[in-house]
Design a protein around this ligand. Structure first.
Ligand SMILES: [Cu+2]
Length: 281
């Protein structure tokens, strides 16, 4: 779902989180605090600015991180409030207004999972309708209040390190909403004879793999393969035809590094790419 990694995932070590926390605390100035405190339209249920305002606010932090060579924290990782706030991310920037809330948030384990209404984003025709949803707004408010400390007060909440990964989580829901709705396809067919073939679309990663497992032993190979995202879920198009020669291989879900590695290993053996595509949600 979304485009952001969880800050609690194995992609980030405790040292990574500490580095991000330090960068966030350095970034938060009185001007940053005031921008949020004065942005009243960001905090009205039913206002699309609840999403766009916070998105732009996060984007400025992301630009600052990238400028410091911390591009691995861009897009900013998200924190799921069903999980405990990692130790490294509990600090509060002690700007004068924030001192009375203390140097740490109050409760690292709010235990507030995303409301189930947000698993069906198709039902919200506009960003305003999504922003107006009571379950979303109650959840958002509860996370701020339950985490407590500076998080509970809109005038200082960005002083809390976790504010940023928390709003990154909300932003990822918005990202999924932007990419909601039915997918569309392109298709070109031509009339001629040839080897046996079959075509599938809307495959889950498991179904996609299963077609390989069943068909490759029968001499089939992919001639069209494409990944895409539907409501935050991976889907695949696959067309295979029965053509045992020449040798081939196929991989999916590769990182940029793994993709390059396959070239480095295979090109010296005489392989060339015939299908290549990038995709994400
Ligand atoms: Cu908030």
């Amino acid at each position: 779902m979304g485009k952001r990694q969880l800050i609690t995932s194995t992609a980030f070590s405790a040292a990574d989180r500490q580095q991000l926390a330090t960068a966030i605390l350095n970034y938060v100035t009185e001007a940053v605090r005031l921008e949020h405190a004065n942005a009243h339209e960001w905090h009205h249920p039913g206002s699309p600015a609840f999403f766009d305002g916070h998105r732009q606010f996060i984007a400025k932090l992301e630009a600052a991180l990238a400028a410091q060579g911390l591009g691995r924290f861009v897009p900013l990782p998200k924190w799921d409030p069903a999980t405990t706030i990692p130790t490294e991310l509990r600090g509060v920037k002690q700007l004068p207004e924030a001192v009375k809330f203390g140097p740490q948030i109050a409760n690292p384990s709010p235990n507030l999972p995303m409301p189930s209404v947000l698993t069906n984003l198709d039902q919200f025709p506009t960003a305003a309708a999504l922003s107006a949803n009571q379950d979303l707004q109650n959840w958002h408010g509860n996370v701020h209040v339950t985490v407590g400390g500076a998080m509970r007060d809109v005038t200082v909440s960005p002083c809390a390190t976790i504010f940023w990964p928390w709003h990154a989580f909300i932003d990822d829901i918005y990202e999924d909403w932007l990419h909601r709705g039915p997918e569309r396809y392109i298709l070109v067919m031509e009339q001629h004879t040839g080897p046996a073939w079959f075509a599938r679309h809307g495959l889950t990663p498991q179904q996609y793999q299963q077609h390989f497992d069943e068909s490759v032993p029968k001499g089939y190979r992919p001639v069209i393969a494409e990944g895409y995202m539907v409501n935050g879920q991976e889907r695949y198009i696959l067309v295979m035809e029965q053509r045992p020669e020449p040798a081939w291989f196929a991989r999916h879900g590769l990182t940029s590094q793994q993709y390059q590695q396959h070239f480095d290993e295979s090109v010296p053996k005489g392989y060339r790419p015939v299908i290549a595509q990038a995709y994400r949600g």
